[in-house]
Design a protein around this ligand. Structure first.
Ligand code: HEM
Length: 428
């Protein structure tokens, strides 16, 4: 470990740029070096406030389990330049973020908002959804079979299956699913040349805020109508739960309510699509893996879990320190920003044996792909269910599988996964 608390800019600046995330190898190399030489040190990248870069699994858990000390609402929750954060405050009349979802709240407000939908995402409620989810998974397995002998698994399938599952649960009709996918991609991959908003300019330092503001406005226009509809005529869907949700007996604040819909209809599928595409990539490139899972279908749950660790689609979230705190011998000061790298924590050699080997039999698999602490992913049980159902339907039917070319990762420093997974395959 190097004693300096400042990381050389040339080493750390690339993790502040969306384009670097187009190469998984580059990202893994940088975090490997950081874990070894600068496990908890400061990045001083021009245009950004200084950030502690938190790379070690234990440190990430220590920070994220103390939400009262490491807060989510005071500063931008995702990596943002000084200019972008200032712009967000201008656009929103003072907030450091365009969206005000659960991830952007602190206690006790966070618990009140989370409580509105939490019972619908608990293991028992999710288990009850299995027949419906399995029916959708079976339909998508048939759709995959119909695409044989070749397809781009990310583009043709992985983008669509989790989208349909979660939007059906929210209560969004099929004719609007394509719109939801488009807005999600603009939001999470605002800088990717293939997925970004047409006409947007990722070299503009304010682009992320402009795009997010446009996405927020489109979602608001759409969900205002859904809210009015479900208030007048509630149904058995999550849209009705959110639209009629009360916080201490009062309706939700407007931006928080729209943002509740936004997180469910964006994070609720993009992350799962990224993980599903990663699973297929691993399956196609790892000799013997398909046969291992076909011989032992009970391993499919472990395959899903290891895919989440491997994919870690949520790259980072930021916390700000409410008080001084000592961690790993370093003095963190009140107000300091901490960049929490989930992908680094999930590859920490001190936390995972053979961290760089994909092992479906890893048990226990204590990855932090869903985060940790009170902000731990609300949709984790749903994500696991839909991926397990899908692979249980697909794996027994696959007869042959190979990559036909290099896959490609989306360029995003926030939510990131494969955008192309070209495969050749046979299915029964
Ligand atoms: C929160 C990852 C699927 C909804 C989170 C967080 C992570 C994450 C890392 C923590 C944020 C933080 O540190 O503040 C993932 C991954 C998924 C996935 C890897 C799939 C493999 C889903 C699904 C939903 C969902 C299917 C469905 C609704 C949410 C919500 C939160 C959240 C609402 C905010 C929780 C809170 O702040 O209390 N997710 N997610 N996610 N996720 Fe997921």
């Amino acid at each position: 470990m190097v004693e300096s608390t400042i990381i050389p800019t040339e080493l750390v600046a690339p993790i502040f740029a969306p384009s670097t995330f187009g190469s998984r190898e580059k990202i893994q190399d940088i975090f490997k070096t950081l874990r070894r030489d600068y496990p908890l040190s400061i990045a001083e990248v021009p245009g950004f406030d200084p950030h502690w870069i938190v790379t070690k699994y234990d440190d990430i858990r220590e920070i994220t389990r103390q939400d009262e000390l490491f807060q989510s609402a005071q500063r931008s929750k995702t990596l943002a330049s000084q200019y972008a954060e200032q712009l967000m405050r201008e656009y929103t009349g003072g907030l450091p973020h365009i969206f005000r979802t659960l991830v952007h709240m602190d206690e006790p407000e966070h618990a009140d908002y989370r409580g509105v939908t939490a019972p619908h995402f608990m293991p028992q409620a999710i288990q009850a959804m299995e027949p419906k989810v399995r029916e959708t998974a079976r339909r998508y397995a048939d759709r995959l079979a119909a695409l044989a002998p070749e397809c781009d698994f990310a583009w043709d399938l992985a983008f669509h299956y989790p989208l349909e599952v979660v939007l059906n649960i929210i209560g969004i009709p099929p004719e609007d699913h394509a719109k939801m996918l488009r807005l999600t991609q603009w939001l999470f991959t605002y800088a990717d040349p293939d997925l970004k908003r047409p006409g947007s300019d990722p070299t503009d330092p304010g682009e992320i805020v402009k795009t997010w503001d446009i996405v927020y406005a489109e979602f608001k226009e759409y969900y205002d109508k859904v809210i009015a509809d479900r208030r007048g005529c509630p149904r058995d869907d999550i849209a009705s739960v959110i639209a009629n949700g009360k916080i201490k007996g009062c309706p939700m604040e407007d931006r928080a309510m729209i943002s509740y819909f936004v997180i469910a209809s964006t994070a609720g599928h993009d992350t799962t699509s990224a993980t599903t595409a990663t699973s297929m990539w691993k399956l196609a490139e790892t000799p013997g893996l398909l046969k291992k899972l076909q011989d032992n279908p009970k391993l499919i749950a472990g395959f899903v879990e290891e895919s989440i660790r491997w994919a870690s689609p949520v790259q980072q979230f930021v916390r700000s320190a409410k008080e001084d705190y000592v961690l790993r011998g370093r003095q963190i000061r009140k107000g300091d920003l901490l960049y929490i790298s989930y992908i680094s924590g999930n590859n920490d050699e001190d936390a995972f044996e053979d961290a760089d080997v994909f092992k479906p039999e890893r048990s226990p698999n204590r990855h932090i792909g869903f985060g940790y602490g009170t902000h731990i992913c609300l949709g984790q049980h749903l994500a696991r269910l839909e991926m397990r159902c899908f692979w249980e339907e697909v794996i027994p039917r696959l007869r042959h599988l190979e990559l036909t070319g290099p896959g490609a990762m989306a360029e995003s420093e926030f939510v990131c996964g494969p955008k192309h997974v070209p495969i050749r395959f046979e299915m029964t």
